[in-house]
Design a protein around this ligand. Structure first.
Ligand SMILES: NC(=O)c1ccc[n+]([C@@H]2O[C@H](COP(=O)([O-])OP(=O)(O)OC[C@H]3O[C@@H](n4cnc5c(N)ncnc54)[C@H](O)[C@@H]3O)[C@@H](O)[C@H]2O)c1
Length: 435
């Protein structure tokens, strides 16, 4: 495995340089589509960046999206993570995988080496704090991308993703996002019915992502602050965005989807850290409650909680002038009650393709057909909806969409290297300032 030898580029510096230098070139999609991806049998090589649970799943989905697709390179921060998943992938998709040690890369620069290893497509599945940097590098290098959600943790990251997505459009490159419910057959039909007026005009919405605790890795004496945070990325805002951004984002994305990809104009919220207070869990909150308001006056009441021993609930409700709808954020069931009642359970549709697989089917078909698919704008804006909520709960203030989008708060640590990195203070509403 290689650590790479080039000096580590600072993510913050890359981000700022890009924002200053970005000038989007015009041009037609087809004219700029990479020539190697002619329809038919050309081999497509996939690079995986972030070899955890979801990244490995994405790699399997990628190689199963059609013939001639091979996992070619892998990159992770840590050798133990990469090796464990290389071995399990070898068992699962050995015949679709050609990843020798020389194409396994470690450390902060692993992404660059994967991108430069001769791949056509990259799967981005690190903690989301790295996503804007990795997405930009992939698109700059002319690669198609599968991009896990959320796609940023702060507003500079969202702006970077929006700019990169526009660039991908101009280059004829596909970006398929990991907002997986957008690729779920039952959800697609439900949202089509909502768009067709099954509950009339939406008047209010409610969504909850209330669960118990997630995993946590107890700190080992040999881990520096940076290594400890990376291995427990869920609990640090610069890596995860907080759990309303990392997990509840699926619910918020559905709220925007129901509104026809309109996003709220402002948010107020409350939240805190009551049950999960040990420093083992970094500095994020364990509950958020946010009221989002849309331009037409519709309000969305959104809740998320990660506390043990409480009632769990992962559902979304849409209240309309002629009915009500529900989508379940865990088991994928849905119903509509009203003049056009309807019910969906995944078991009803035996031929339905798994949503994680369908994401990759769409991605690879778009590459083969030279019809670039680009989820960039919705994935960036849905991510911002979560960040807007966090800004509202952390500060206790009413925050507008424009304030959030133009926020100067850059959560990137000053140095991207193993070593000292103090845990930020827990936010206190009314005291923590909007930046
Ligand atoms: N769409 C979904 O349903 C879904 C489900 C689970 C996770 N996710 C998303 O997928 C992403 C990964 O989640 P996961 O559950 O696989 O986490 P994970 O911790 O299992 O995997 C993340 C991997 O990235 C590695 N990593 C960290 N920083 C890196 C860097 N700079 N370069 C390369 N590798 C790095 C870690 O060492 C780890 O192996 C997150 O954004 C998460 O929100 C999406």
């Amino acid at each position: 495995m290689s650590n790479g030898t080039s000096p580590l580029a600072s993510a913050a510096a890359d981000r700022r340089t890009f924002l200053q230098a970005s000038a989007i070139a015009g041009g037609s999609l087809l004219a700029l589509a990479p020539a190697v991806h002619a329809a038919g049998s050309d081999e497509l090589k996939v690079g995986l960046i972030g070899c955890g649970g979801r990244g490995s799943g994405a790699a399997v989905n990628a190689v199963r999206a059609g013939p001639g697709i091979k996992l070619w390179a892998m990159g992770d921060m840590f050798a133990d993570r990469l090796e464990a998943h290389r071995q399990s992938l070898q068992k699962e998709i050995g015949d679709r995988m050609d990843v020798p040690e020389s194409r396994c890369f470690l450390g902060f620069n692993a992404y660059r080496h994967v991108i430069d290893s001769g791949v056509d497509v990259v799967c981005l599945a690190t903690p989301p704090g790295f996503r804007p940097l990795h997405l930009e590098a992939a698109v700059e290098a002319g690669k198609h991308v599968f991009c896990e959600k959320p796609v940023a943790v702060d507003a500079p990251g969202v702006r970077q993703v929006l700019a990169t997505s526009a660039k991908a459009k101009d280059k004829g490159l596909s970006i398929v996002s990991g907002f997986c419910w957008r690729y779920d057959q039952g959800m697609r039909e439900t949202f089509q019915r909502l768009a067709d007026g099954a509950i009339g005009r939406i008047t209010a919405m409610q969504c909850s992502y209330n669960t118990g605790m997630l995993w946590m890795h107890k700190r080992r004496p040999e881990w520096s602050d940076m290594e400890w945070q990376l291995r427990n990325w869920l609990y640090f805002t610069w890596l995860s965005g907080d759990h309303n951004v990392e997990q509840h984002i699926h619910s918020l994305d559905k709220m925007a989807w129901a509104m026809g990809d309109q996003y709220p104009v402002k948010a107020v919220g409350l939240g805190g850290r009551q049950a999960r207070t040990s420093p083992d869990y970094g500095h994020i909150f364990d509950h958020h409650a946010v009221v989002y308001e849309f331009a037409n006056g519709v309000r969305c009441y959104s809740y998320c909680r990660q506390q043990p021993g409480c009632a769990n609930d992962v559902t979304d409700f849409y209240f309309g002038s002629q009915g009500t709808a529900m989508t379940h954020g865990a088991n994928g069931t849905a119903w509509i009650k009203g003049e056009s009642s309807w019910q969906y359970t995944p078991a009803m549709s035996r031929r339905a393709i798994d949503k994680y697989q369908f994401e990759h089917n769409v991605l690879f078909k778009s590459i083969r057909d030279r019809q670039a698919h680009n989820d960039g704008e919705s994935m960036a804006k849905s991510t911002l909806m979560g960040i807007l909520g966090r800004m509202a709960t952390y500060t206790g203030q009413s925050i507008t969409w424009e304030m959030a989008l133009n926020s100067k708060e850059d959560l990137t640590p000053p140095k991207m290297e193993m070593g000292s990195l103090p845990t930020p203070p827990v936010a206190i509403p009314g005291q923590t300032k909007f930046v």
